[in-house]
Design a protein around this ligand. Sequence first.
Ligand SMILES: [Zn+2]
Ligand SMILES: [Zn+2]
Length: 260
Amino acid sequence: MKEIEKLLKNKEKTQKNQKKSSFLMKISSLIDKLLFPDDIKCIFCGRDIPTFYDKPYCNECEKSLPFNNTNRCLICDMPIESEAKICDFCQNNKRFFKKAYSPFIYDGVVRQSILSYKFNNNRYLAKGFAIIIAKYIKNLKIDFITFVPMTKKKFKERSFNQSERLAEEIGKILNVKVIKTLNKIKDTGEQKVLNYKERSKNLKDAFAVMNKDLIKGKSVLLVDDVITTCATVNTCAEYLSKYSTVFVTAIARNFPTDKN
Ligand SMILES: [Zn+2]
Ligand SMILES: [Zn+2]
């Protein structure tokens, strides 16, 4: 009997210690947050940096970041190997937006960071991406910022819309109001496996426009996380362009795997 009592007492003691240590851990992580706020860390590698709001990444990462700064399409911002001004894609497909802006190519640490942002709901990364985007589009005049919507089902699964959060952070920096202009009313499933034509077809009738009167005659910046074929942003822009002039921005430009 005494043995059992002893065992029970020991168990109680361990549980108390565990509670104590988890409490201490919480306190220490709170102190860490106060002493080392996220805003002083590189959004790609986590190293401490001196000036997050000027440049949210470290000098080491900067050397190898895939900036989208070569010759690129004047409409969709896709890099072009030749001296051409407009890419084949934009020459062969009607674009409903005036111009797209993507400061990065979807590759390396940028890709990793975007994936981490999308699946871990990291507001701090959104803030960093927004700083970079705001600089990239600095001379653009816009009245409203909006974002590519998600279906209610997808929103429940992920608990946040990565494009909406990014739009909010860009809005804070540029001091421009963020409004919801599109509702996604059809579940379009996984777009990754489809080419441009299939994507566009899949997205047909997927959206409904909101706040029509508000955006009438205005310039609207549509925010997405990554642009690949432009099918999503172009379909959204098709709806919005009936009322507004549409510009598009995304963190990164991915290369479409086919030219269809
Ligand atoms: Zn870094
Ligand atoms: Zn183009």
